[in-house]
Design a protein around this ligand. Structure first.
Ligand code: GAR
Length: 210
């Protein structure tokens, strides 16, 4: 089984989707540690309820952002993590940390990247009058939300959608997409060629997976 370390900041519904996927004995991955930058993140409770080690790291207890991220890095390595999954981790990671996990760290983002990197994705898609939005799982590189795309789901926007209704529509797709991307990696079905992901036996996420 591929050993996962999941990093969160809050609610942890994507973490829950990964916990649920890993509960299937046929799923080729397991979560060995959950790390939060917030001590009160509900996701930490979700992890503990599933019997998974859950720890919070406060930057205030470290002399610098680099020192803080080095402690997180050490925890991930101590636990034997092979793939880091960012799941609503709402801090930008420093390039030293990211470079240490290059090709071994993925993120889920609530837009059809490369559109709408950063925050407030649903609001910005609505303001631009987009007819579709979606979610993306991608490899993490030092540039924010810019790494190779692994999987995406596209979701139509209705005329009466608001930030909240759109977030509610996209979230269930995130919950399907993230375990799917982890499965592809665990099954070694991903080839990176010129920074583009090629997938063996790719199933269309909307028609095949969701
Ligand atoms: C999710 O919608 C995720 O895509 C988004 O935060 C939410 C976390 O929810 N991530 C980002 O915006 C990353 N920049 P969750 O804690 O319930 O998984």
């Amino acid at each position: 089984n591929l050993k996962l370390g999941v990093m969160i900041s809050g609610r942890g519904s994507n973490l829950q989707a990964l916990i649920d996927a890993c509960a299937d004995p046929g799923f080729p991955a397991e979560i060995v540690v959950v790390i939060s930058n917030k001590a009160d993140a509900y996701g930490l409770e979700r992890a503990r309820m599933a019997g998974i080690k859950a720890v919070s790291f406060s930057q205030k207890k470290h002399s610098s952002k680099e020192a803080y991220e080095q402690s997180i890095d050490a925890e991930l390595r101590d636990m034997g993590v092979e793939l880091v999954c960012l799941a609503g981790y709402m801090r930008i990671l420093g390039s030293d940390f990211v470079k240490g996990w290059i090709d071994h760290m993925i993120n889920i983002h609530p837009s059809l990247l490369p559109a709408y990197k950063g925050l407030n994705t649903h609001k910005r898609a609505l303001e631009d009058g987009c007819r579709f939005t979606g979610c993306t799982v991608h490899y993490v590189v030092p540039d924010l939300d810019s790494g190779p795309i692994i999987s995406q789901a596209a979701i139509p926007i209705s005329m009466d959608d608001t930030n909240e209704t759109l977030a509610d529509k996209v979230l269930p797709y995130e919950h399907k997409l993230y375990p799917y991307a982890v499965k592809l990696i665990a099954e070694k079905r991903i080839n990176l060629i010129n920074n583009v992901v090629h997938i063996k036996g790719y199933e269309d996420p909307i028609n095949g997976v969701i």
